[in-house]
Design a protein around this ligand. Structure first.
Ligand SMILES: [Zn+2]
Length: 155
């Protein structure tokens, strides 16, 4: 098996603050100042109300698996050597859904509804990619942090 590599996402202008925060392993989400809702992915305007005044807030880093697929064969050549791996949609406590990988568990043991916590993989350019691992304390998702609360997880 060849050495595992990693697909490194390109950085958009709208997503630059997100990636800047990942250099310090800080997990932030874009929030709309006008309607007070978060969204994902980063973009120039709020997908709910089209306002353009957005701000970045610390996110809890906690969520639950909404769906999961096990990739037996790398769909992207840059992921060769990592298979099998779990590609998941994770519903974050803040209410947005993110595509990611679940790590730290056998891919076929990732279950829908499982609580997960953000963890980081360092990229070649100093950014970090947010991945998710099973939460060590089940049920911590039941009382999500209030908007703006700083609940950093640098595990
Ligand atoms: Zn809005």
């Amino acid at each position: 098996m060849k050495e595992a590599t990693r697909f490194e996402p390109p950085e958009s202008v709208a997503g630059a603050p997100f990636w800047a925060a990942t250099r310090d392993r800080r997990f932030v989400l874009p929030w709309c100042v006008a309607c007070g809702r978060p969204h994902w992915f980063p973009r120039d305007l709020c997908p709910h109300c089209l306002a353009t005044e957005l701000e970045w807030r610390e996110a809890s880093g906690r969520g639950r698996v909404y769906s999961v697929s096990v990739m037996a064969k790398a769909a992207n050549p840059a992921m060769a050597g990592r298979e099998p791996y779990a590609v998941a949609l994770v519903d974050l406590a803040e209410g947005v859904r993110m595509m990611t990988n679940v790590v730290g568990i056998a891919p076929d043991e990732v279950t829908v509804g499982a609580p997960v916590t953000v963890t980081w993989e360092r990229l070649g350019d100093g950014r970090h990619l947010p991945l998710f691992r099973p939460s060590t304390a089940p049920g911590t998702m039941d009382s999500p942090a209030p908007p703006g609360a700083s609940s950093r997880s640098n595990a």
